[in-house]
Design a protein around this ligand. Sequence first.
Ligand SMILES: *Cc1c(COP(=O)(O)O)cnc(C)c1O
Length: 389
Amino acid sequence: MSLKLSLYNKYFMDNIKMVDLKSQYNKIKSEIDIAISNVIDDTSFIKGEKVKIFESELANYLGAKHIITCGNGTDALQIALMVLGLKPGDEVITADFTFIATAEVIALMGLIPVLVDVNPDTFLITPEAIEKAITPHTKAIVPVHLFGQCADMESIMQIAKKHELFVVEDVAQANGCNYKFKDGKIKKAGTIGDIGCTSFFPSKNLGCFGDGGALITNNDELAKNIRSIANHGMTVRYYHDQIGINSRLDTIQAAILSVKLKYLDEYNKLRNNAAKFYDKQLSNISFLKTPVRVSWSAHIFHQYTLIVEENKRDLLQKHLANKNIPSMIYYPVPIHRQKAYSKYNFKDENYPVTEMLSCKVLSLPMHTELSEEQLSFITNTINDFFINF
Ligand SMILES: *Cc1c(COP(=O)(O)O)cnc(C)c1O
C-alpha cells in the first residue's frame, strides 16, 4: 500500500465515531445555516413561527392530528403523565431494560414504576409481562420502542383496552419507524397509543442541535391540555388553570428540525444499510447474536446492538478500542439495580433477561455517515478477535 493511501485509511479509520453528527451536518450545511440565520434575523427565539411550522410538518409526516413540541424527551414523558391525571400511588408499567427517563418521570410524579422484564431476542417489553404486572392500581403502560423497533403495540393496545389503561409510547429511539398491523395497515411509531413522546436529542434518528422533544396525539382534548401544561398551565395568557411546567422547543431547533425531517427517511435507510452490512459480516460468528427483527415493525437502528456470549463482551470492547473503534454498552446497569430506585424493592430474580443483557450487549457505531471502508474495518476487526477462539 502506498504511504498516501495508508495515511488516508488511517485518517478515516481513526475517525470512526459512534455517531458522526459533523459529517451529517456538512452535507446539509448551507440549508441548516440559512434556517438558523433566518431565526436570528427575526429574533423570534421563543415560540417563533418556525415552531408551529415544524409541528405541522411533523404531524403531517407521522399522520398524527397533533404535535406539541417541548424541551426534551424526558419532559414529553412527564407532561404525558401529568395530562392523564394520574394520582400518587397509581402504578405505571414500563420496561426494565431502557434509558432511565421513563422510570424517572413516573417516580418523580409520585407514581409507582412497575418494571417488567423484556424479550431476550428483541430487547422489547412484552405483552405477556405487561399483563402479568397489572393490578387494580395500574393506570398506564409506557412501552419503549427500544433501539429503533416498535414494541408489539397491537397486543399492548388490546391489553390496555381490556383493563382500561392509558398507553404512552416512548418513541425517542424510533422516530419515523413504521408499525404494521395484522390487517396490513401501517402507522408511524408514536401515533398508536393515547400519547407518543419523543426526543430530538442530537444523536437520535431525528436530532436537533441541542435539546428538543415532542408529544404526539390524535386526541383533541389531550392536545389542548398538553399545550397548556407545557406552558405554565395557561390557555389564556396569565390565567393559570392548572399547575404546569415550562417546556418548549427553541425556534432555532424547530428550524433545524424542519430541514432534517426532510431527510429522516433517507437517514433511516442509511442506518439500515449499515445494519445489513454488519448482519452479513457478523452473523456467522458463533459467539455473537446480531439484532433480531420483529414481524410487526420496521427497524430504524437507533442502535445496532449485539449480544456477545461467553463473557467475551468486555474483551471485544477493549479489542475494538485498541483499534480506535468506539462501542457502547446500552445499558450497563438495569433500572431495577439503580441506587435511586432501591426504595421500590425490585427483586433481581424478577429480571433475568435484563440482568443477562446488561452483561452481554454491545452497540456498534451506528449513524448515517458510515462508509463501506469503515464498516469493513469494524467487522474485520471483530472477525479477527474471534478467530483466536
Ligand atoms: C433519549 C431518550 C429519552 C429522553 O430524551 P431526552 O430528550 O434526552 O430527555 C427517553 N427515552 C428513551 C428511550 C431515550 O432513548
